[in-house]
Design a protein around this ligand. Structure first.
Ligand code: X5A
Ligand code: ZN
Length: 678
């Protein structure tokens, strides 16, 4: 299987620049590219990537998306003087030509296609292309919004043609609506386009009716265009995560793409003068990580916007670090989406209900009609203010955010453990781990006894128990001391091992431990209430703890299949886990699982975004396949393709829905509809 991350950068793309005064276009500067690349060098990320050279996109490739008229106009600008360039630029909404623009735009297309080729040919698993000019506003016959050729759209057509792909997902997290991309694929069911964007009830540029949530695609393409309009500025980390949990990810897993392309604009990040949003760089690590779970990890990230140089470059670094499978930093801020975000999410879910089983199966009939559209936008075209006073305030604001980010990133970046996964001596060889493994010697029996007896006096009599506790504790110890990221321990008595692990972690000083039980297990009631959150996916009724905020039981019955389990992971476990923000995750897998191996792999994969990727797996089931899959997931291998995750039964989806409604006041990331006026 492919490994490695491609990075594509060509300094020549910094030669495209604005030659005259234009307050709308003057933010799209060459330094956007050079600063991002320098920051990657600063973090030593460049040398860890596979360098792939850019090339010029061919005319034929450009014509996959654009008209020959458009190509000819672009070509003709190469020999123009400044006055003529200015005149041609004036024909478009927010674009500028430089004599080298055509060459740069062809390099941007070619760089994007080089990235697609590297991933599709298995030379790398994923990668990022740093390109200028950007692409997503560009249309068949027009430049628009700093974009000349639509790099990502061309890449999608190219991948369909060259590799025969039938399902491509484009995720556009730029803060502007990629209307160009929408127009190109509107009627095409083979390309699923998702975009969130600052909208403010159509007041924000490009101020189009068709950027709203009810533009779902046309003809055969109905359901394959997903717009999530933000009607307020200031959206932050939790709003973006909620959009992924409740809109993008369920649909994306049902769509089951063969390749994922990201229109990766960072103007949706904090400090950006265009976006005015609040999301901090580390959220892009989480977004990237989620997308890495699709299409067997085949992920191509292509730069679009991003105009606050510090915010942009830190966010680029977060993205590349994540592509390289570094541990993911904890996301900061209160984990609760705002009301306006929930409204938008609810609207787009309702609009797409006819097209996706995920949304269909949830009965939303009780919801009120929540159209929040304004009827008359105040202006037809909103541009950044050119008011002098405004500029001054914006500048000092930008400097403030630069300082904030400087401090913020110092707290965010932590040393990368050179070794990812720890395991015990006896099992190490059978896991066939793809990454360096730390083989841990089990703890001395007397040490275990003295440790465990602090809080667990009577259980340490049995030799078998003592033995498995010894290796589990040795592994856990390495995780707690940050010598390794995660670990896998097998135990014939998982419930005892987990109980000791939980107590030991809390004893060590961990304030929030998330513990998930899968399969048949007796859960030993925990006394560290509040410091441990238990989610039980076992079918056995567990008594005693019901009613506590920190014990959630799904009571999954036997007929659950992998798709149904998946609906629980995505629609419930993930949002609760993000609400809780654990510093450690313990996942216990017992026997008689009604849940398939692929579902369990996915659970491990998705949860690795939390607790700085600190996960301890305790496995009672001795199935070698299960052990191997968990070990692989922990080592960072991509989830093997198992087909679309389509929920099979309405019953299970409804069950999750009811739980969501019950618990969304406690665990706010569950919120995806406005009910009873939150
Ligand atoms: C790629 C991108 C923004 C254009 C804004 C024009 N374009 N007001 O972010
Ligand atoms: Zn943008």
């Amino acid at each position: 299987m492919a490994s490695g991350t491609a990075l594509i950068y060509d300094e020549e793309m910094t030669s495209h620049k604005l030659l005259w005064n234009d307050p709308i276009c003057d933010i799209e500067v060459p330094e956007r590219l050079s600063t991002s690349y320098e920051q990657l060098q600063f973090y030593h990320l460049v040398e860890r990537c596979v360098h792939v050279p850019a090339r010029e996109g061919t005319e034929e490739e450009i014509l996959l998306v654009h008209s020959s008229e458009h190509l000819e106009v672009a070509k003709s600008t190469q020999k123009m003087g400044e006055e003529e360039l200015k005149r041609v630029s004036g024909n478009y909404d927010a674009f500028f030509f430089h004599p080298n623009t055509y060459r740069c735009a062809r390099l941007a297309v070619g760089a994007t296609l080089q990235l697609v080729d590297s991933v599709m040919l298995g030379k790398v698993c994923n990668g990022m292309a740093l390109v200028r000019p950007p692409g997503h506003h560009s249309q068949r016959n027009a430049a628009n919004g700093f974009c000349l050729f639509n790099n990502v759209a061309i890449a999608a057509e190219y991948a369909k043609l060259k590799y025969g792909l039938q399902r491509i997902l484009i995720v556009d997290w730029d803060v502007h609506h990629g209307q160009g991309t929408q127009y190109i694929f509107e009627e095409d069911p083979s390309v699923l386009y998702f975009s969130w964007h600052r909208y403010e009830h159509q007041e924000f540029w490009p101020s189009l009716k068709e950027s709203d949530y009810d533009a779902v695609g046309l003809g055969k393409g109905k359901g394959f265009n997903i717009n999530l309009p933000w009607n307020k500025v200031g959206m932050g980390n939790s709003d973006y995560l909620a959009a992924f949990f409740h809109v993008l990810l369920p649909v994306a897993f049902e769509f089951d793409p063969e390749l994922v392309l990201v229109s990766s604009g960072y103007d949706s990040g904090i400090g950006d003068p265009e976006g005015q949003m609040n999301a901090t760089p580390e959220v892009f690590a989480h977004l990237t990580h989620f997308l890495m779970q699709l299409a067997n990890g085949k992920l191509c990230v292509i730069l679009e916007g991003g105009y606050h140089l510090k915010s942009l470059s830190e966010s680029v670094c977060m993205t590349v670090k994540t592509l390289l499978r570094d541990p993911i930093p904890q996301v900061t801020g209160e984990m609760a989406p705002c009301l306006s975000a929930i409204e938008s999410i609810q609207n787009v879910r309702a609009a797409h209900k006819p097209y996706w089983k995920w949304l269909m199966y949830e009965d939303t009939s009780f919801l009120h009609n929540l159209s929040t559209k304004s009827h008359l936008p105040k202006t037809t075209n909103t541009n950044p203010s050119t008011d002098h006073e405004d500029k001054i305030t914006n500048n000092s604001e930008a400097v403030k955010i630069e300082r904030f980010l400087e401090l913020h990133m110092r707290n965010i970046l932590f040393p990368v453990p050179p070794i990812r996964t720890a395991t015990s001596e006896s099992k190490a060889s059978s896991y066939l781990l793809p990454a360096p493994v730390c083989v841990v010697k089990e703890m001395d029996k007397n040490e275990v006894k003295s440790l465990a007896s602090d809080f667990y006096a009577d259980l340490v009599k049995e030799d078998k128990t003592l033995h498995s506790l010894g290796s589990m504790l040795a592994i856990l110890d390495k995780i707690l001391k940050k010598e390794v990221c995660n670990g896998i321990a097998d135990s014939p008595t998982a419930s005892v091992s987990v109980d000791v692990a939980l107590r030991y972690s809390v004893h060590f000083g961990f304030q929030r431990v998330l513990c998930i039980f899968v399969g048949d297990m007796q859960i030993i009631p925990n006394t560290e209430d509040g410091k441990v959150l238990v989610i039980n996916v076992c079918e056995k009724e567990q008594s005693g703890k019901i009613g506590s905020k920190y014990f959630i039981s799904l009571n999954w019955k036997e007929d659950a299949d992998r798709s149904d389990f998946f609906s629980a992971v995505l629609g419930f476990i993930l949002p609760v886990a993000y609400s809780y923000q654990p510093n450690l995750i313990v996942i216990a897998v017992g026997p008689n699982r009604s849940i398939g191996i692929s579902g369990i792999s996915l659970l491990f994969g998705l949860l690795q975004g939390l607790a700085e990727s600190r996960i301890l797996a305790v496995i009672e089931d001795t199935d070698v396949n299960l052990m191997q899959s968990v070990a692989k997931a922990l080592a960072g291998a991509s989830v093997p393709h198992v087909g679309a995750y389509v929920p099979l039964t309405q019953e299970k989806v409804c069950k999750i829905k009811i739980l969501k409604d019950q618990l969304q006041q406690e665990w706010k990331m569950l919120q995806c509809s406005v009910k009873d006026g939150i």
